[in-house]
Ligand binder design. Structure first.
Ligand SMILES: Nc1ncnc2c1ncn2[C@@H]1O[C@H](COP(=O)(O)OP(=O)(O)OP(=O)(O)O)[C@@H](O)[C@H]1O
Ligand SMILES: [Mg+2]
Length: 243
């Protein structure tokens, strides 16, 4: 096996008395798609927030290509090639689609400026299915198109590692199939992907491996089929712990 692109060890984050992320370790090989699963409130988004630098950990390490990024500022982590989307879509509503992507292009691994940036922005919009929408104001976009735009802005950073937080949630069946194909095509381009997801079809068809969390802890790791058949995972999803 080659060296991991991302290696998380003993990651822990508390909010007051709550241990939202409790001693989580996981590693992603280059080009891998890993699913991060678990019931509501199990700590998945917090893991992504720690990796992207939006939050600081209380313990543990996060290494990108063997380099410690835990505790670094979000813009530095972005420059090293880590991009993300948010569970609640965040686009800049006072800007049009091209301007949203330009905002990402200025801060990535490779910076684009001027004419080259405009061209690159339009390419990325086409890539996510927003060809011809460059001048559309973000507020006029449907929900799925806002998600597409947020992905284009993440791709503008030219990421090695893409963190998707329920990017496929809320799509209709046709959109879901398009979304799955799009995520797969990104991997085809060499992007390594950690995706938080509840949509089982997407998990089964995309993920090489999955890590399942419950109440902050890792309770299972393996192929989608294996973890989804795991008794402790099923118990966690059915909510026995809370009953
Ligand atoms: N900024 C915060 N301040 C206080 N508590 C937080 C904060 N962020 C998350 N939490 C708490 O940490 C726990 C884990 O939250 P997190 O958002 O990581 O879960 P999740 O697995 O992404 O859930 P969901 O599937 O609902 O998105 C929850 O109990 C949540 O209320
Ligand atoms: Mg979440």
């Amino acid at each position: 096996m080659s060296a991991p692109l991302l290696e998380v060890t003993g990651l822990t984050r508390r909010f007051g008395g709550l241990v939202a992320v409790d001693d989580i370790s996981l590693s992603l090989q280059p080009g891998e798609i890993m699913g991060l699963l678990g019931p509501n409130g199990s700590g998945k988004s917090t893991v992504l927030n720690l990796i992207s630098g939006a939050l600081r950990s209380d313990a543990g390490s996060i290494r990108l290509q063997s380099r410690e990024i835990g505790g670094a500022a979000p813009h530095r982590i972005a420059r090293l090639g880590v991009a993300r989307t948010f569970q609640l879509v965040r686009v800049l509503s006072s800007l049009n689609c091209r301007e949203n992507v330009l905002a990402g292009l200025a801060f990535g691994r490779r910076s684009f400026w001027g004419h080259a940036a405009g061209q690159r922005a339009d390419e990325l919009l086409a890539r996510v299915g927003l060809a011809g929408r460059a001048a559309t104001m973000t507020g006029e976009l449907t929900y799925i198109d806002q998600k597409r735009l947020e992905l284009a802005r993440a791709l503008a950073l030219d990421p090695q590692l893409l963190l998707l937080d329920e990017w496929l949630a809320g799509l209709n069946p046709t959109e879901l199939q398009e979304g799955i194909a799009l995520v797969r095509s990104l991997r085809g381009d060499g992007v390594t992907i950690l995706l938080v997801e509840h949509v089982m079809d997407a998990i089964r068809s995309l993920c090489d491996r999955c890590v399942v969390m419950n109440a902050g802890r890792k309770i299972a790791e393996g192929t989608a089929d294996a973890v989804l058949a795991d008794a402790e995972v099923i118990r966690a999803y059915l909510g026995d712990d809370d009953a």
